[in-house]
Ligand binder design. Structure first.
Ligand code: SAH
Length: 260
């Protein structure tokens, strides 16, 4: 008996096992971790290529039917099968050692998954995942692309992100409406941003809330010195800025606050 695909859980089951294997081959940095967590195993198409590997494997799925299926399928295999919502778990309470994340993400919550990964970035050295192609491409877009977003700024601050390959619709059951992309994220050496992180988040958020405006307009509320505001960079919009540009603005902001 197969698991019946449920739309509200973003279930699109991958049928092509050679693609499943290729996705799992995306994990490379084994020297950095001994544990791997798979998000949304469904019927275990990726899981099949993750068992019997030199790491301890856990899988988490929110769907009861999948969990029943997986418990039967892997009853003699030493993996941890968790029934639960990846987003609701405080992973720092459950994990003390670094672990990698892999999964064909439920596309409707992929951004939330990344924000959660960022919460635990120092525990998660590597992520390999499939998501909507357009979103995957946007996350890999370099900093000067006009295709940025608030998540990009945060994610690219702490991870090097690389596009691995594209997956067509017809290899899924049911086929999604869009193409998919597989990406790899590797934690970079940035321990902390070169500025006050709370102010950084605040400024990036404000700038992206008013993404159509120039920074001169959107950042009026943070009251930077007027001569600074005359600089050409403030003619740009949020998505035209790099992480380093935002770090620079943040430092001006905090210095200015200190001088008031
Ligand atoms: N890996 C499988 C299934 C991918 S579909 C395959 O490639 O065929 C996405 C999976 O994520 C589904 O099994 C769905 O039940 C699960 N899922 C959806 N929301 C989740 C959440 N919040 N936490 C954990 N798993 C979730």
């Amino acid at each position: 008996m197969k698991v019946k695909p449920k739309k509200h859980l973003g279930q699109h089951f991958l049928k092509d096992i050679s693609i499943a294997e290729d996705i799992t081959l995306g994990l490379k940095d084994f020297h950095l971790y001994q544990e791997v967590l798979e998000i949304g195993p469904g019927m275990g198409v990726l899981t099949d290529f993750l068992i019997n590997k030199p790491f301890q494997l856990s899988v988490i799925d929110i769907d009861k039917e999948s969990i029943v299926y997986l418990n039967k399928k892997y009853k003699d295999i030493p993996i941890e099968i968790i029934e639960g919502d990846f987003l609701q778990i405080d992973w720092s309470l459950r994990r003390t050692k670094p672990f990698a994340i892999i999964g064909n993400f439920p596309y409707n919550i992929s951004s939330q998954i990344f924000f959660k990964i960022l919460d635990h970035k120092d525990l998660i050295p590597e992520v390999v995942c499939m998501l909507q192609k357009e979103v995957a491409e946007r996350l890999c877009a370099n900093e000067h692309s006009s295709d940025g977003g608030i998540l990009n700024i945060f994610l690219q601050s702490f991870y090097d992100i690389e596009y691995l390959f594209t997956v067509q619709e017809h290899v899924f059951d049911p086929p999604p409406k869009v193409k998919s992309g597989v990406i790899r994220l590797r934690r970079n050496s940035t321990k902390q941003l070169d500025c006050d992180e709370v102010s950084f988040r605040k400024i990036v958020k404000i700038a992206f809330l008013m993404r159509r405006k120039t920074l001169r307009n959107s950042l009026k509320v943070i009251q930077l010195p007027s001569d600074v505001m005359e600089l050409p960079i403030f003619n740009k919009r949020a998505e035209q800025l790099s992480v380093n540009d935002f770090v620079w603005i943040t430092n001006i902001y905090t210095q200015n606050l200190a001088n008031i």
